[in-house]
Design a protein around this ligand. Structure first.
Ligand code: 39S
Ligand code: MET
Ligand code: ZN
Length: 772
């Protein structure tokens, strides 16, 4: 039985890659240094995995930005708008970053590629752009270089590629309409080229990530799967092809995998879908090795050895031991790096720490499980099993995890608690009278630039170098500046800027009971951006108001409305590491009740507009159609618990971004928020089609410019987008705002962009008045 790993976090345990990338982008360090830091991280990760007793160690799991973008460069899927950069001899790395971040320099003005969520995770990938007559060529040798690099330090790795079918399905057809999967015959020769090189360097196993193989597939997609793996196997009969699935069960595609695919191993996610083990053992023949994904790659709880050993025993009873592998459920990209770094962390007690395991610890868990499988009772390694059992007992018996008062409150939630006083039409009238806004009201999504300065104050405060009063004074100064600036440029609905927040989820977690925090538990979200998801270990409760003081302070500075700014229950749940000992729906309701109290407090204090962000609503959607309904039932209910306590005149906003929303318009409408601001600009307002078809009843602010990249939009671009929006949405339902919050932007581009946006709104208002 072998242990193997599917991918290790590449940001570095102290976010070394993030730091150096951002320095490189701002011209503060050399390309050579950036490349060196990347190399050091790869080496460290490989050696760590070796020391931890992992038999098959991955390569090409490293990335300077995103593994899907790496694939696009690998196969030469470079959209035309970057060709000029190519011929102008921009380095490979700078071309790569230009595709990810856009390029606005030396008379170039090129937009970035679209970015979207990686399945149901908070990781975002760069969406490949495909054209009907797309050609592919082997453009980059990254995978070969990294295989060789590992070999040089004595490690024979298993290169990781995104499988050709999943790669095509992850992309988007541009220009003429067609199915991306139709490009498969053009793509395969490039994979073959690549594999040929890897095999000649001595690669024995190659891991093909094919997450779509665990999802609903069309007949055609199944057929393509067959063709592709037939072609690959017949080209490389001696190569061991491992197909990796995760986040869902393969049970609906067993026949295809067992009879249709010429492969040597299949990996399944037993953490998400333990129930598939039985049918998989029944149906997958022994000639295909079976990799059991038993250590949770998506959450931070310590592995339950007893349960894992049962799975292994079950497999051993039904197939030869040397056809079994064990692994994390998915790539450890989604786990924080190292629990050992959390020494003297007061927000993570020794008791709770004993319940947890991060990427480094998860590797050890795998080798311990292997050792336990191979040894006899009484061997020393069994002490590990006993310790593990004790940890789990301590956790389930701990007094920290349940609070009967919260349980009672959740049980007492009634139908009345989840509907607004009146329907939207009536509320709208009261709100419009109340707020008296112009047509095309302008607003932003909440955050303004989180500058180094603001972050370093927080850092200094947390370290004890400055007092709380001093820290709050600094934040107040920022709020004063940002309120005045918003008034000056003529925005209609203002925000306080969220300067006091480290992150929109972590901040609320810190204020709620039942959450623990790490110091170094960073997980990559996209590019250099990371999050430190808080850990929900117990009942959630709001001991005190969380945002009221800051919001009132901001409102006291202006006569324009300031939006109260909250993160919604589904998003707090989805972006935290959530307890696995009760249904998510229950935890979500607990959070919803806390947010409801906060909404009520804001209203009681005279705040007229309250935004409850739910950018992760779509992300939480189960990956298979059959499970959608039950998810939406509790997710929508949670949002409504949080938002429905207010009177007609209080305007509830929500905000969503980074996802495809076309297929969930019904559910978005069911939230019954008075206004939704939604990301739209990267997809050129495509989304609004769906809203228009649906005759979406409430108000909408489709994002009019992309905030992911520093690029400043032109006047005409914004006007063009608003005109487009007007074709779909009646004017009296339209708001004007950016795609998302501005926390990742600098002030320079923010000022220019928002002035342009307000200018565009003013111009359109004039035109509208003339036509009336
Ligand atoms: N949780 C979450 N998920 C999300 C989003 C989001 O906002 N939050 N947005 C969407 C896109 N994803 C994003 C994810 C992260 C960031 C982001 O800006 N992350 C920041 C970190 C934010 C943070 O936690 N900041 C802390 C810690 C900052 C820090 O690095 N401190 C330094 C010291 C600071 C100094 O002195 O310079 C240190 O600890 O060493 C703070 O402000 O307090 C980053 O990577 O840079 C943005 C978008 C989808 N998913
Ligand atoms: C990822 S959604 C972000 C919403 C939040 N209010 C912000 O402006 O940053
Ligand atoms: Zn957003």
């Amino acid at each position: 039985m072998l242990t193997h790993n599917l991918g290790y976090p590449r940001i570095g345990s102290k976010r070394e890659l993030k730091i150096v990338s951002e320095q490189y982008w701002s011209g503060k360090t050399s390309r050579k240094n950036l490349l060196q830091v990347g190399k050091n991280i790869r080496k460290e990760n490989w050696l760590l995995q070796k020391e931890s007793g992992i038999d098959l160690i991955p390569s090409n799991d490293f990335s300077f930005y995103d593994q899907v973008l790496d694939m696009s460069l690998m196969v030469g899927a470079i959209p035309k708008r970057y060709q000029g950069l190519l011929t102008n001899k921009l380095s490979y790395l700078d071309l790569y970053f230009a595709m990810a971040r856009g390029y606005q320099k030396d008379s170039y003005d090129i937009t970035a590629m679209e970015m979207t969520k990686w399945f149901d995770t908070n990781y975002h990938y760069i969406v490949p752009e495909f054209y009907k007559n797309q050609e592919f060529t082997l453009f980059s040798t990254k995978v070969i270089d990294e295989f060789y690099e590992a070999k040089e330090i004595g490690i024979q790795t298993k290169p990781v590629l995104i499988g050709p079918v999943s790669y095509l399905l992850l992309g988007k057809a541009k220009g003429e309409s067609f199915q991306t999967i139709d490009l498969v015959n053009k793509l395969i020769p490039v994979y073959i080229d690549l594999i040929k090189k890897l095999v000649s360097l001595g690669a024995e196993w190659i891991q093909f990530d094919e997450p779509f193989l665990a999802l609903d597939l069309t007949k055609k997609e199944k057929e393509v799967y067959k063709q592709v793996y037939l072609k690959l196997k017949s080209s490389f009969p001696d190569l061991k092809i491992m197909i990796v699935t995760y986040f869902e069960s393969i049970q609906d595609n067993l026949e295809l995998i067992a009879d249709g695919l010429l492969i040597d191993a299949i990996h399944i996610d037993l953490v998400r879908c333990p129930e598939q083990l039985d049918v998989v053992l029944e149906n997958i023949p022994e000639r295909i090795h079976l990799s059991l994904g038993i250590v949770d790659g998506r959450n931070i709880w310590k592995n339950n050895y007893q349960k894992s050993l049962e799975y292994i025993q079950e497999a051993k009873a039904r197939r030869k031991e040397n056809t079994i592998l064990i692994a994390p459920s998915c790539s450890l990209l989604h786990s924080p790096c190292d629990l050992d770094l959390e020494e003297d962390n007061q927000n993570l007690s020794t008791e709770i720490k004993d319940w947890l395991s991060f990427a480094k610890q998860k590797l050890r868990e795998l080798s311990t499980l292997k050792a336990l499988t191979l040894s006899e009772k009484g061997d020393k390694v069994f002490e590990n099993l006993e310790r593990n059992i004790r940890s789990h007992e301590n956790r389930s018996n701990s007094e920290r995890i349940h609070n009967s008062e919260v349980d009672e409150k959740v049980k007492a939630i009634s139908k009345q608690d989840i509907v607004r006083e009146n329907s939207f039409n009536l509320r709208k009238e009261v709100q419009h009278k109340n707020l008296n806004l112009p047509v095309f009201p302008t607003t932003t999504i909440g955050s303004f630039p989180q500058t180094k300065k603001v972050r370093s104050w927080r850092y200094q405060y947390k370290k004890g170098n400055i007092s709380l009063t001093q820290y709050e004074e600094y934040i107040k100064e920022e709020i004063i500046k940002v309120i005045h600036w918003q008034e000056e440029i003529g925005l209609d609905v203002l925000v306080h800027g969220e300067f006091e927040r480290n992150d929109m989820v972590e901040y609320f977690g810190e204020k709620l009971n039942g959450f623990a925090f790490t110091k170094f538990g960073w997980v990559q979200s996209y590019g250099s951006r990371c999050v430190k998801p808080p850990i929900i270990y117990g009942s959630v409760k709001r001991p005190n108001p969380m945002t009221v003081d800051w919001t009132l302070f901001a409102q006291s500075l202006t006569s324009k409305p300031v939006k109260g700014m909250l993160t919604g229950p589904v998003t707090i749940l989805q972006w935290s590491f959530v307890r696995d000992d009760q249904p998510k729906s229950v935890t979500c309701n607990e959070i919803a009740l806390a947010i409801r109290d906060e909404v009520q407090d804001l209203e009681d204090n005279g705040i007229k507009i309250i935004q409850i962000d739910e950018p992760a609503l779509r992300e939480g959607l189960p990956l298979k159609q059959v499970d959608h309904k039950s998810y939406f039932e509790w997710a929508i209910q949670s949002f409504k618990i949080a938002s429905s306590a207010v009177s007609n005149g209080t305007q509830i906003h929500t905000h969503m971004c980074y996802s495809e929303f076309n297929d969930i318009i019904d559910e978005i409408a069911n939230l019954d928020a008075d206004v939704i601001t939604i990301e739209c600009s990267r997809s050129q307002m495509e989304l609004l089609n769906a809203f228009a078809d649906y005759k979406y009843p409430n108000e909408i602010g489709p994002g009019v410019y992309d905030i992911h990249a520093p690029r400043v939009p032109q006047d005409e671009e914004i006007i063009e987008l608003i005109r487009k929006a007007q074709k779909y949405i009646p004017i009296d339902q339209l708001w004007i705002n950016p795609d998302c919050g501005l926390k990742t932007r600098g002030w320079e581009e923010t000022e220019k962009a928002l002035k342009t946006m307000v200018g565009a709104a003013k111009q359109l208002r004039k035109e509208t008045l003339q036509t009336v």
